[in-house]
Design a protein around this ligand. Sequence first.
Ligand code: FE2
Length: 415
Amino acid sequence: MSRALASIPLRDAVAHDAPTIEEPPSRWIDAFQSVRAETERRAASLSAEDQVVQSMPDASPTKWHRAHTTWFFEQFLLIPHLADYQVFDERFAFLFNSYYVAAGPRHARPERGLVTRPDAQGVTDYRAHVDEAVERLIATADAAQRDRIFSIVEIGLNHEQQHQELLVTDILHAFAQNPTSPAYDASWQWPRVQTGSDFIELPGGIHAIGHDAQEFCFDNELPAHRVLLQPVRIAKQLVSNADWLAFMADGGYATPALWLSDGWNTVEAQGWEAPGYWRAIDGGWFTMTLAGLQPVDPAAPVCHISYYEADAFARWAGKRLPTEAEWEVAARGGALADAFGVVWQWTRSAYSPYPGYRSAEGALGEYNGKFMVNQMVLRGSSLATPDGHARVSYRNFFYPPARWQFSGLRLAEYD
Ligand SMILES: [Fe+2]
């Protein structure tokens, strides 16, 4: 166990103070070093053996996250913009490209766990090589280059923060396959949340959603636009484990009428009878957490549920999931407790482009737009999201059966 990790819980990690494009190079070097250090802090308690394992095709090894985020800077920043840059290892582009077709061929995602070389130290060396070059580029860029360079650094840092969260969710999945239920951080505890079942009235009418500020956002949050909402009541609090236990006790996982067809097929195929990581032991429910196997806390928010489960629970409760527009309008109005930093909240909105959406130019245009089919939007952020990363317009997205993220829900109902 790394002392650094134990002494700085995930959600209390020091947020990097994001600079704006106009700010001087020193601010960008500080931000770069801060985000890069946070990745290493999250990996610090993990052995070389921990770092190589891939527990399912959707999850990637820690070592891969550390290398892929580094490749991102090498591929999109250093190769095009640093004239004398020497690529660290020509083979790494194949190993550590994720899904950028325009950036060339890449290794098969489900086989990332088979890559034992470079080893963890090799990835550390790769990171150091790229860090030095990025800092040199930032420091020496002339005024004409700065806007372009700083904007690529900015997306690279936001990209790395996304992988910081995945690093944690993926190692939790790996540890959950280990019969000894290892702890990622033995001192980790659930964030305290507000409990209750209060509903907030949201008036119908025209509202604005989408990113409307100067700070960074991903292209999928744009453009800001108007939406027409019906009057709705939205839950102030997250759904709790106690709520979920009531759903289970009432036969929630055994009642096909509560489920979408694809959802019920998944329940049957996967044998689901409880949220992800839950285990029945001696008549009680336990769940795998970042601190290892723990009794399910009735007061904690339900977590590691799929869209299908969230939808079925809402139907059982006589309610529904909010749309992402309803969620955003309520969050902007300050109506939601624990909107951020606990669990991502499934919405009933399909992940689709906003009216007028345009993806970025070039390979980075592959970042979001090409995934806008067959996935559902989650809003807020989770306990594994780096501080300062998410915002009220942030759109996360996963396939409906996914439940290895820190995903939960809040309810809504028509007024
Ligand atoms: Fe990535």
